[in-house]
Design a protein around this ligand. Sequence first.
Ligand code: NDP
Length: 284
Amino acid sequence: MSADYRDNLVGVFGYPVAENPTSVMLEAAFKHLGLNWRYLTVEVRPASLPDAIRGIRAMGFKGINLTIPHKVAVMPLLDSIADDARLIGAVNTVRREGDRLIGENTDGKGFLRGVREEAGIDPKGAHIVVLGAGGAARAIAVECALAGADRITLVNRSAERGAALADHLTQNLKAAALFVPWRGDFTPGKNTDILVNATSIGLFPDGGTMPPVRIEDLKQTCLVCDVIPNPPDTRFIMTARAQGHKTLTGLPMLVNQGAIGFKMWTGLDAPEKVMRAALEKAFG
Ligand code: NDP
């Protein structure tokens, strides 16, 4: 029998991309399942993105992840965009259907899978408060609206960005969305069911920084979530845990979005425990 030494290629394009941890979990998954797949971490400057996408077409990549600053710029370079990714306005995963490249966004889906499966909470009918209005907040808010959240409150420092996201949710997703400008300490309402820090406050090496939010008055059943995967136990998460809240760190979101991409690319269920353990080891 003749050998087949060809590699199935996937990876991530970003600039900067050096600290992107996705290869750690995807390579661990490929190794665990004995798959002849490679996940490449590739620095692509903004002006080179069209060439890089032509490159993945030419080299038959099975898919690619996009990170800063390519998530929006990649959209016109693809053959089609999934409905939710279009509503989010950004693509973080490209999959292949024959010769066609399809843009997807797995960030919000990864968040919701954690809420449902790890925290055991149904976002349908929930009042969700999202701190932030950047890419992660947008993905979470759109998927929560699509999942039937009752109300979404967006709290953001930049009023323009926050109001634009609330308008988008109201007009294009018919969601009950409200924008609250973030001035000083924000106090979420007592009826909040899910509170999410979707800002970059608390990201390594600033894991000890607390977003300006007072969580003392939250009802005890409120789920408190952070998108920051590194460190998983941010001060926000630790504060909520100390007050008896169920919490969800950014780690499950990261693993879940990677697992959803893994399934899109390989058709196989991802070994999520292996992926999570690899990330935990990498984050020390
Ligand atoms: P963006 O730059 O698009 O958005 C950053 C957000 O944080 C904005 O709303 C910004 O407010 C807010 N912000 C930043 N600093 C402050 C501050 N000092 N005070 C108040 N608000 C602040 O980033 P992303 O949305 O792409 O990423 C945000 C975080 O999400 C990152 O840490 C990233 O690691 C994480 N992430 C995690 C994922 C996961 O799978 N776990 C997936 C994707 C992202 P303003 O608009 O006013 O500037």
